[in-house]
Ligand binder design. Structure first.
Ligand SMILES: [Zn+2]
Ligand SMILES: [Zn+2]
Length: 308
């Protein structure tokens, strides 16, 4: 009897929670982030190429598809064909070199519909040329198999200007310009569902526009780059590279204005400097929740932000 009462109470409580979730559209929606790749162009077994997975109510969105994205998706237990949409921050090769693998392998594994690709000017051309480059594979595989020809090609879209690039079932994804000069345009993305907001910086140096779009965000996923000061002073090429990325001091200043519930570093580009030093410098300017990201790190984002 006691058990029955507890069950009834439990059911009523569950109904109340469901009511809140569905009746109040502003209620925080849970999103789950998996940092698939937190690396850069440098080949690294620990840090694969840039790729960030965001799951919202059973929908999977991928932001950049760098080296090894398919391997990390498999490690994370995600069926490749479930990736419905890929968003590119910019067209530097480290952010797209894993795209063909994801697209073609998910097609072989019976993708239910075409993969969608959204990115800066040049994305449509990229998709068109990839289609041509892999025509021979398409011909071999469709000759004697039941693979759907209709789901082979990429449905691509160039972003004309910053603004909303996806809006469906209460999920809004907005592209905004960041500063990765001379790479233009380069975008960051803001993903919103209910009251929950995640911002991904893409590659950028300190960006006022990012601050505008990321203010009070739940989770800020931000790139980072740093070098040993002596090495930096002797190396003009390195100075150039760091000029279009974000240093720990810049990150600390920016986080202090944005005031995210939590911040995590990805695209970790370090030259003779260790991660602890990077975190220490950033934390001297920002006393909020900050983590160094690593491949396959999972982050639950809703009323609270939880790192797994
Ligand atoms: Zn990059
Ligand atoms: Zn870049």
């Amino acid at each position: 009897m006691g058990f029955l009462m507890i069950s009834i109470k439990h059911s009523l409580l569950s109904l109340a929670v469901l009511f809140l979730l569905f009746i109040n559209p502003a209620h925080a929606t849970y999103m789950e982030v998996t940092l698939l790749g937190t690396g850069t162009p440098r080949p690294s077994i620990e840090r694969f190429g840039p790729a960030t997975l965001v799951e919202v109510r059973g929908r999977y969105f991928l932001f950049d598809s760098g080296r090894g994205a398919t391997i990390r998706l498999a490690q994370a237990g995600v069926n490749l064909a479930q990736i419905e949409h890929v968003f590119l921050t910019h067209l530097h090769s480290d952010h797209i070199s894993g795209l063909s693998d994801l697209w073609l392998t998910s097609w072989i594994w019976q993708r239910p519909e075409k993969i969608k690709l959204t990115g800066p000017t040049g994305t449509e051309k990229l998709a068109e040329h990839l289609g041509r480059a892999h025509q021979a594979d398409f011909n071999y595989r469709t000759k004697n198999t039941q693979l759907s020809k209709d789901t082979f090609s990429i449905l691509s879209q160039d972003i004309e200007s910053e603004g909303v690039v996806y809006e469906q079932d209460g999920i809004t994804i907005t592209a905004f310009l960041v500063n990765h000069y001379p790479v233009e345009p380069a975008y960051g993305y803001r993903i919103q569902s209910g009251e929950t907001v995640i911002v991904i910086s893409g590659d950028t140096t300190y960006s006022e526009n990012l601050i505008r779009h990321a203010k009070d965000v739940d989770l800020l996923i931000h790139e980072i780059a740093a070098a040993d000061s002596k090495l930096l002073s002797q190396n003009p090429r390195l100075q150039k590279v760091l000029s279009y990325h974000t240093t720990p001091r810049q990150a600390g200043q920016l986080f202090n204005i944005v005031k995210p519930k939590a911040a995590v570093f990805n695209h970790v580009l370090l030259f003779d400097i260790d991660e602890e030093q990077v975190l220490e410098t950033t934390r001297s300017l920002f006393d909020g929740h900050l983590r160094m990201g690593h491949d396959l790190m999972k982050i639950g984002v809703g009323d609270t932000v939880t790192f797994y």
